[in-house]
Design a binder for this molecule. Sequence first.
Ligand code: KIV
Length: 267
Amino acid sequence: MSRKKTILDIQKMKEAGEKITMLTSYDFPFTRVMDDCAIDAILVGDSLGVVIDGYDNTLPVTIEEMIYHTRAVTRARPKALVVADMPFLSFQTDLRDARLNAGRLVKEGGAEAVKLEGGTHIAATIRAIVDMDIPVVGHIGLTPQSIHRMGGYKVQGKREEQARRLMEDALAVQEAGAFALVLEGIPLALARRITDELSIPTIGIGAGPHCDGQVLVIHDILGLCEKYSPKFVKRYADVRGVIADAVTSYIAEVKKGEFPDEGHSFS
Ligand code: KIV
């Protein structure tokens, strides 16, 4: 039986050259399954706004929704480290809001770390949260909460000037005290440069194979997302097909009077 993973384990994995595995989870049963598979870290991502709630992007997600889902995940008592996303408008307004909302994710949700999107411009916010003894994961590159500034979900850092700014962002996030950094939607060569430069682990999503770890949205790898599927997503299963087959069989059996049979009834 393995023991509870902490941020120290995640940091040591970079030193040891062992890849870090992270997936999103938003509820109790998914957390139980992936924890039994020995995932290293679970991200309660604000991607839940898209894959669970059906919004077009992550901007409408509230801190209350994040706390609700984080609590469902931590109730499964996973061995994996649990990181909760800070949603749009929960940390950008001022340091007090940022501290309070990070604290709520830990106190009410049971998160062991929080994740914030942004680089140099939120370094002071990261520092303020770290100073409360709440571990922080940074997130730079294609940051979904910046969809309107980016003009869509576009790969970032392709031009040298953009790449230089992303390197500055990565260093600022590390300097501010983050213990890990998500790199999303950036060219693999840039992700490699950032990973080599930083002492904290990088966790990539659409950032190629050279990051210290990888994260994906669980609904994407299970084939549960009907909407847009980015190039970097690998579908490991067709769970939508499995669900559709089960529901179709149930409907057919009820219509024909085959279910429930005696074996599924009380005498
Ligand atoms: O919200 C999320 O799930 C994320 C990951 C995809 C990195 O931020």
